[in-house]
Design a protein around this ligand. Structure first.
Ligand code: ATP
Length: 247
């Protein structure tokens, strides 16, 4: 197995003081270099809290974390600076001479098929284009760990499909380790090597997705895993609370 790029040990996160119940409770998590991991969990289960910690935006106060130096995050909204053209948003903060960083930004935009919008203003982009700029801005940093926080959630269904396959292609080409936070069981199964489920502060499922790529939603084995993950999440086929109905 490749060396781990990320290792969390007994990681615990509380808000509202040391006596408050933890949102994340003694989590152990190791991600090998190059692995694509998806993280599922109901709303409020702590997915974003975990991702923010891995991004270095929140401190580790209980437990230990070993994180790679090169990390990049793509959020649900691309958070572009509207007063800078697209390529400058991608180049922002890159070390090196201006001509070199510009070249790197343009190459990253080419990877996300957005060269033709390099000099556009962010406010003139569609939602899907803006999110691709967000991806380019992450990729240009050549991250060892790419953190994706529901990056497709705000997109229409067709754009989401296109973005999912683009992320799959980029991952195959560059092979960063990825942690994708998502609500979408199918998205997790289309993309990930491993799917984790978070509930009540713990990882309650760690499922290897041993299906050939590209994945096919229509495959029987795909459906078996989908049903299993929905059961772990406690929702039925229509997204209703299966535990409440059973009670
Ligand atoms: N800064 C904060 N201060 C206080 N409580 C917080 C803070 N951030 C998160 N929480 C609480 O921690 C819990 C987990 O929140 P988090 O946003 O990580 O969940 P999530 O799984 O990402 O939810 P969603 O799927 O709805 O985005 C929630 O109960 C939330 O209210």
């Amino acid at each position: 197995m490749p060396d781990p790029v990320l290792r969390l040990s007994r990681f615990t996160r509380r808000f509202h003081g040391p006596a408050a119940p933890p949102v994340l409770d003694r989590l152990d998590l190791t991600i090998p270099a190059g692995e694509f991991v998806a993280l599922l969990g109901r709303s409020g289960s702590g997915k974003t809290t975990l991702l923010r910690t891995l991004a270095g935006l929140d401190p580790v106060t209980e437990g230990t974390a070993s994180l790679p130096a090169r990390r990049a995050v793509v959020f649900q909204e691309p958070r572009l600076l509207p007063w800078k053209p697209v390529w400058r948003n991608v180049a922002l903060g890159l070390p090196g001479e201006a001509a070199v960083t510009r070249q790197r930004a343009l190459a990253a935009l080419q990877e996300v098929e957005l060269s033709h919008r390099a000099t556009a203003w962010p406010l003139t982009l569609s939602g899907g284009e803006a999110q691709r700029v967000g991806l380019a801005r992450a990729l240009v940093r050549e991250p060892e760990l790419l953190l994706l926080d529901e990056p497709f959630a705000a997109l229409d269904a067709l754009t989401r499909l296109r973005m999912q396959s683009l992320v799959g292609e980029l991952w195959q080409r560059h092979r960063p380790a990825v942690l994708l936070v998502t609500h979408d069981v199918e998205e997790a199964l289309l993309l990930a090597d491993r799917v984790l489920v978070l509930a009540a502060g713990r990882l309650v499922e760690d499922l290897a997705v041993d299906l050939p790529r590209p994945r096919r939603r229509a495959a029987a084995a795909f459906d078996t895993l989908r049903v299993r993950l929905l059961a772990t999440l406690g929702v039925d086929e229509n997204g209703h609370d299966a535990t409440a109905r059973a009670a």
